[in-house]
Structures are given as structure tokens and as C-alpha cells.
Ligand binder design. Structure first.
Ligand SMILES: [Zn+2]
Length: 448
């Protein structure tokens, strides 16, 4: 008698970084049990993926469930976008205990997240909170974010505290995630513009200069090298930084780089009319920067793509200077990058899964449980229809925020089915997830 699986995803274009095959995936007990010839596997349940790509679930290494979307909400909107694992930034604000935040978020995620999740710690009072880093490792959290920027907001970690944290993280065997923009230089520029009563919307790019990002990346990487600590640079936004990353990587520095869909798909020129809605940090810059980021992807400079999903309550008419940074991105990430990347011939579907899944899993230390369609791996699977054309609108998104930066953008390719550890989260246009399903994933970040 033929082997019987719990679920079979049949006849799809099963996509790996190095190849694409036409085949069936057999799932048993939440894991991939077999990958066989198309049309051959038998299951209690079977879905036909004929004509569709079958991708490993997207791993989003950069999410913020503290604004309009809670941990529960963010997991739902992520799942609709084909994301099956998120790594949230658990921010410990000044006066808070980093360890307690990590423990609280683990509990809340285990109780409410419909998809699996991991956590990065986030330090805002680094000299003090750095002492708690070893205890966080015991909780399964091995990557920690600090800000070189936002001095005026009181978020900045100075070089003394950054070096101290990197020393501890390096010894424990993890990874420092650094928002690399020179905060004091940016504050000076902002103060100068304030004194001139400048129009901040008009001059936004001056307050997030590429040179300040490049300087921050260079300094973060060298301080990391000094203390033996791998460094992860989230949300790279500019051409200038590409040159720095090439230099660092050619020297064999232990640096990982992430960029985001907003920098690859939008420019400030296109967003300016939206005022504060398009205010994200670092700024979404120029066409030249966007082209350089795509070139960076093509030469393999980037390890990951992160959404930096940070939906905030903003209106077009709000005061631009006072408006917070951030935008909703997690649900649109895969279709937007498929459209801008694959459909426009900039990358192949294979490069896409390398960036969105396999390499991200490696960087976070989740591989091979996550990140690849392989026997023994978790059955986190996306069925993606490359032929369906649709128009992105806030109305068809699931974030709790009231806008979307891609409003009216027509893309070719849509997420049809999302499976997390063998169970449907999204299928046939319906959300079928369960808030008790998602589980905390301990990481081993920065190893490869
Ligand atoms: Zn962020």
C-alpha cells in the first residue's frame, strides 16, 4: 500500500536557492516527510498547486508588534503575506528590564501568535541593560539591537555602551543588530533646520543622510570586530552604504546586511505627497539608492530582507517633524519583491527564496528546521500564484493601521495558501490560523 501523508501539496514548482523542481510535498506530523514526483504522493488531504510556485515560508527578521499591531495582529497580517516566521524586536525602554520584556513577549507570543516567532532583544539603556544579556541567552534570545541614531529621543547607545554590549554578546556567541546612522550628526542637522524654520517634509532626506548611514555601518562593524561580535545591519537604505558593505565583506568582516521592501520598491519622490505616512527611518531615498540596493542583492551582498513592519497611527496632515517613523510592510513584502524583483528580471525565484527564507534561517540559527523545503524540516509552505494580477490597497490588507504605502499598486503574483507546520493558516481566501499554534523559537544567531 502506498504511503499515506496528512497533507500533500501536489504538482507545484518547488523552489530552492539552487534549483526548481516540479513535484509533490508530503507532510506528516507538521514536518516535510517526502518530496516526490509530481502527482505521485497520496494524502488524507491534498491541494493542487499546478501552475503555482511552492516556496518555503518567508522568515521576516524585522518586526515591531508594539504599535497598531499587537503580537497577535502582526502574526495574522504576516501570515496573509506568506510569512510563517517572524523575529520581533523586544524593546526594553529606559527603566525596563530586558529580561522581563523577553519573558513577557515569549509568553504573549506562545499564547496569541498564529505563526512561529523568535525574538531579538532591544536595548535603550544599554550600559545597564547589557548586564541582562547573558540571562536572555538562557531564554533563547541571542541577538540584540541598539541604536546609534535617535539621540534626542533618548534611544541612542553611545560607543562606550555599544562596545560593552558587543563585548558581552561576542563572549556569549550571539549577534549585535545596530541601527547604524550617526545620531548626533543627524540631531545637529535637525536643529539647524529647526532654527531655519525649514519645511521638514520638503527636506526630509537631509535629516537621514546616506553619509551618516555609511559612517554608522563602518563604525558598528569595526567596533564589533574589535570585541569579536558579529554585527547585523538592519534596513540598509543607501548607495553609499553599499560601497562600505562591499569593503567590509571583502575584508572578511563578520557583518550581515538587511534591506527592506520599501527601499527596493519606493522612492521619497513617489511618497512625498503622503507626508508623514512615508516617514520611515532611515528615509526611503532616491532612485539611485534603489538601483544600488538591487545591485547589492544581485551580487549577494545582502543576507536578508526584513519588513521593518511598524504601523503607526498617522495622517497625511500631521506635523511632519513630530510624526513617528514607520510603516506597515509585512503583508506586502513577498508580492512586492516578487513583482519588483522576479517580474522585472532583477532576481530569480531561487534568489528570492535564498533571501527570504534559507539565508535568513541561517543567520538566525533556525536552519534547517526553518528556511528550506527539505525532508525533516517544518512544513512551513507558501503556494504562490505567479499569474494572478491584483491591486494592493489598504482595504485588502490585514494590519490594524489605516493606510498602506503601496495603495493602488498593481502587482502580478499572489499568495494563495500558507501552511505553518503542516496546518493551514491561510487557504482559499480565508484565515484558518489559530492563536495557540505559534511557538517561540530559540535562536543561535550570528554563527554562519
Ligand atoms: Zn525597525
Amino acid at each position: 500500500m502506498a504511503e499515506q501523508f496528512d497533507l500533500v501539496v501536489a504538482n507545484g514548482l518547488v523552489t530552492y536557492p539552487e534549483k526548481t523542481i516540479l513535484g509533490d510535498i508530503g507532510i506528516r506530523d507538521g514536518r516535510i516527510a517526502k518530496i516526490g514526483k509530481a502527482g505521485k504522493l497520496k494524502g488524507k488531504e491534498r491541494i493542487d498547486a499546478n501552475g503555482n510556485y511552492v516556496l518555503p515560508g518567508v522568515i521576516d527578521p524585522h518586526t515591531h508588534p508594539v504599535y497598531m499591531d499587537s503580537i497577535e495582529d502582526l502574526a495574522i497580517t504576516a501570515a496573509w503575506g506568506g510569512v510563517t516566521t517572524v523575529c520581533h524586536y523586544a524593546y526594553a525602554k529606559p527603566g525596563q528590564s530586558l529580561l522581563k520584556i523577553v519573558q513577557d513577549w515569549k509568553r504573549e507570543g506562545n499564547e496569541t501568535s498564529c505563526i512561529d516567532f523568535a525574538l531579538h532583544g532591544g536595548l535603550f539603556e544599554t550600559r545597564k541593560q547589557a548586564e541582562e544579556i547573558p540571562a536572555c541567552f538562557k531564554e533563547g534570545v541571542t541577538s540584540f539591537k541598539m541604536f546609534m541614531a535617535y539621540a534626542k529621543l533618548g534611544w541612542m547607545t553611545d560607543d562606550y555602551a555599544l562596545t560593552k554590549a558587543m563585548d558581552i554578546i561576542g563572549r556569549e556567541g550571539g549577534m549585535a543588530c545596530v541601527h547604524a546612522e550617526n545620531g548626533l550628526a543627524i540631531d545637529y542637522i535637525q536643529d539647524k533646520l529647526l532654527a531655519e524654520h525649514a519645511d521638514f517634509a520638503e527636506r526630509f532626506l537631509e535629516t537621514s543622510p546616506d553619509l551618516a548611514e555609511a559612517e554608522g555601518v563602518f563604525r558598528a562593524a569595526y567596533l564589533g570586530a574589535l570585541m569579536g561580535c558579529p554585527v547585523y545591519i538592519p534596513h540598509v537604505s543607501s548607495r553609499e552604504t553599499i560601497d562600505v558593505l562591499i569593503f567590509l565583506k571583502e575584508r572578511g568582516m563578520h557583518v550581515y546586511a538587511e534591506t527592506c521592501p520599501q527601499y527596493l520598491a519606493l522612492t521619497w519622490k513617489e511618497l512625498k505627497h503622503l507626508g508623514p505616512l512615508g516617514k520611515v527611518g532611515p528615509a526611503i531615498k532616491t532612485k539611485e539608492d534603489q538601483d544600488a540596493l538591487w545591485e547589492g542583492i544581485q551580487i549577494g551582498l545582502f543576507d536578508t530582507l526584513g519588513s521593518d513592519h511598524a504601523p503607526k497611527d498617522k495622517k497625511v496632515e500631521d506635523d511632519f517633524f513630530k510624526a513617528p517613523y514607520g510603516s506597515p510592510q509585512v503583508e506586502t513584502m513577498l508580492p512586492v519583491i516578487w513583482h519588483e524583483g522576479v517580474n522585472k528580471g532583477r532576481i530569480t525565484p531561487n534568489q528570492l527564496v535564498q533571501l527570504f527564507s534559507e539565508r535568513t534561517a541561517e543567520v538566525l540559527g533556525l536552519y534547517p528546521q526553518k528556511g528550506r523545503l527539505e525532508v525533516g524540516s517544518d512544513a512551513d509552505i507558501v503556494v504562490f500564484d505567479p499569474k494572478e494580477e491584483w491591486t494592493i490597497a489598504h482595504a485588502n490588507q490585514h494590519s490594524k493601521v489605516n493606510y498602506c504605502l503601496y495603495e493602488g499598486k498593481t502587482v502580478l503574483g499572489r499568495v494563495k495558501t500558507v501552511i505553518s507546520r503542516g496546518t493551514f493558516v491561510v487557504h482559499e481566501g480565508e484565515f484558518r490560523g489559530n492563536r495557540k499554534h505559534g511557538t517561540f523559537l530559540p535562536t543561535k544567531a550570528g554563527k554562519v
